[in-house]
Write a protein that binds this ligand. Structure first.
Ligand code: SAM
Length: 212
């Protein structure tokens, strides 16, 4: 995702600390206290500009959402989307999601979303794909028994790779959709990338999977 450098981004995130959790690692195992309720927690890795997480928070007020985005100049747009949504069931974290077990305890999370993750097509970069087995191990470490991992992408290579990776890890494939937009689904909240690629006529792939 291309973006201009925004020198004010750091201050903006600090000013919006009711939405941006500035010291998220201290909340491992106590996110329910941060939200002030025991509702299920769903996380999105690589939230981008926040259209999905803000839309999901609006659609599911009984779920708490946490969006993790590495790049400051991108996450500031997500802050604005969350603000505009007026929802209090969504928080943002500006961190590298390299080990989610530092942020969340065992069984603390009920849903993980990987939306249009960087495909890292070169074989030598396989380890960076968010569906490489080391990442699956992390998701397993934080997801509840009946928790679900949902992947959406326009990238056929990443999709096929991920299906194989899930299967090799012994995960259960609950849905494999090869053309998500073929039929209108009012429950499907589109991400910014999803809108862009589907407008160009590319099929959108989705897979829902779980560890048990
Ligand atoms: N999910 C959004 C969408 O569908 O519109 C953005 C997709 S964009 C291709 C991938 C996003 O993931 C970028 O905003 C990037 O900065 C973020 N990202 C990549 N690696 C990350 C990591 N290790 N931790 C957190 N965010 C990451």
């Amino acid at each position: 995702m291309r973006t201009r450098h925004k020198p004010w981004a750091d201050d903006y995130l600090k000013e919006n600390n009711q939405i941006v959790e500035l010291d998220p690692f201290q909340h491992k195992n106590s996110w329910a206290e941060v939200f002030g309720n025991d509702n299920p927690i769903h996380i999105e890795i690589g939230t981008g500009k926040g259209q999905f997480i803000a839309g999901m928070a609006r659609q599911h007020p009984d779920i708490n959402f946490i969006g993790i985005e590495l790049v400051k100049s991108i996450i500031v747009s997500a802050v604005d989307k969350v603000k505009d949504s007026g929802q209090d069931n969504v928080l943002l974290i500006n961190e590298d999601a390299k080990d989610l077990r530092e942020l969340f305890g065992e069984n603390e999370v009920s849903g993980v979303y990987l939306n249009f993750s960087d495909p890292w097509p070169k074989t030598r970069h396989e380890k960076r794909r968010l569906t490489f087995h080391t990442f699956l191990e992390q998701y397993k470490g934080i997801l509840k028994e009946d928790g679900e991992l949902t992947l959406k992408t326009d990238n056929r290579g990443l999709f096929e790779y991920s299906l194989v990776s899930f299967s090799q890890y012994g995960m259960k494939l609950k849905e494999v959709n090869l053309d998500l937009h073929k039929e209108e689904d009012p429950l499907n909240i589109k991400t910014e990338y999803e809108e862009k690629f589907s407008e160009k006529g590319f099929p959108i792939y989705r897979c829902k999977t779980s560890f048990s």
